[in-house]
Design a protein around this ligand. Structure first.
Ligand code: CMP
Length: 221
C-alpha cells in the first residue's frame, strides 16, 4: 500500500490497520478481474502487473479507457457511490492486487481526511483525462490521435529526468483500442509513417524515429 499514490497519504499506523483488513488476489494475464455492470464492494491497489480498463461498444468493439500499473488503484467508483462497476477491468500481465473492502476502507476514510482528499484528487485527474480524450475523439483526425497516443505511451514517468522511451511494445490492436479506431486503420497510418521515416516496426516493437515530426502531427494548427 505504501507504493500506492492514494494510500501513501496514510501514516504508517493507519496503513497497517488497513492492510490488516485487506486480502491479496492473484490473476493471470488475460483474466477478467470484473466486468462493467457487476456489483462492487471493493477497491484494488496494484502491487504487481498491469491491467486494462475498458468498455465494449454496442457493436462489440473494445475501447481502452486506460492502462493502470503498480501503485495505481481502481474500483473506487462502485465502492464510493454504491453503483455498478463503470467499466471492465482485465489483467494484461500476471497481477497481484491488494483488495480493500468497502466497510474497512470507509472506516479508515472517516478518520483520515488526507486519504479522502487523495481519492478526490484521483477522481479529478481521471475526469481531466476523460475530458481530454473526449476532445481528442471529437475533434482530432486519426493521425493526430495516433501520434498523441504514441507520444503519451513513450513519455518518461512524470517527475523523473529520464528521456522519453524510444520504443513501445503495445500491439497495433491495443493502440487501436486506446484511440477508438480499428487495427486496420492504425496499421495503414503506421506503415505510411514507417515509409516516411517517422517510426519503425520491428520484431513486435514500434520504434520512434522522429519525435518532433510526431509532435507536429499531434498538435495540428
Ligand atoms: P469502478 O466503476 O468501481 O470499476 C471500474 C473501474 O475502472 C472504476 O471503478 C475506475 O477505477 C476505473 N475507471 C473507469 N473509468 C475510468 C477512466 N476513464 N479512467 C481511469 N479509470 C477508470
Amino acid at each position: 500500500l505504501s507504493r500506492s499514490i492514494v494510500f501513501r497519504a496514510l501514516d504508517e499506523k493507519s496503513r497497517r490497520e488497513l492492510a490488516s483488513f485487506a486480502h491479496i488476489k492473484h490473476y493471470s494475464a488475460g483474466d477478467v478481474i470484473f466486468n462493467m455492470g457487476a456489483q462492487g464492494q471493493s477497491m484494488m491497489a496494484i502491487a504487481e502487473g498491469t491491467v486494462r480498463v475498458g468498455r465494449v461498444t454496442p457493436t462489440a468493439k473494445e475501447v481502452t479507457l486506460c492502462e493502470l500499473t503498480i501503485g495505481d488503484v481502481f474500483g473506487e467508483i462502485a465502492l464510493l457511490d454504491g453503483g455498478e462497476r463503470s467499466a471492465d477491468v482485465k489483467a494484461l500481465t500476471n497481477c497481484t492486487l491488494v483488495v480493500l473492502e468497502r466497510r474497512s476502507l470507509l472506516d479508515v476514510l472517516q478518520r483520515n481526511p488526507d486519504l479522502s482528499i487523495r481519492l478526490i484528487e484521483l477522481l479529478c485527474q481521471r475526469v481531466r483525462k476523460s475530458d481530454e480524450r473526449m476532445m481528442e475523439i471529437a475533434f482530432l483526425d486519426l493521425p493526430a490521435r495516433l501520434a498523441k497516443a504514441l507520444l503519451r505511451l513513450t513519455i518518461a514517468p512524470p517527475g523523473t529526468a529520464e528521456k522519453p522511451l524510444g520504443k513501445l511494445s503495445q500491439s497495433q490492436s491495443e493502440i487501436a483500442r486506446m484511440i477508438g479506431n480499428t487495427r486496420e486503420n492504425v496499421n495503414r497510418c503506421l506503415r505510411k509513417w514507417q515509409r516516411a521515416g517517422l517510426i519503425d516496426l520491428k520484431d513486435g516493437w514500434l520504434i520512434i524515429r522522429d519525435r518532433p515530426q510526431l509532435e507536429l502531427i499531434a498538435e495540428p494548427e
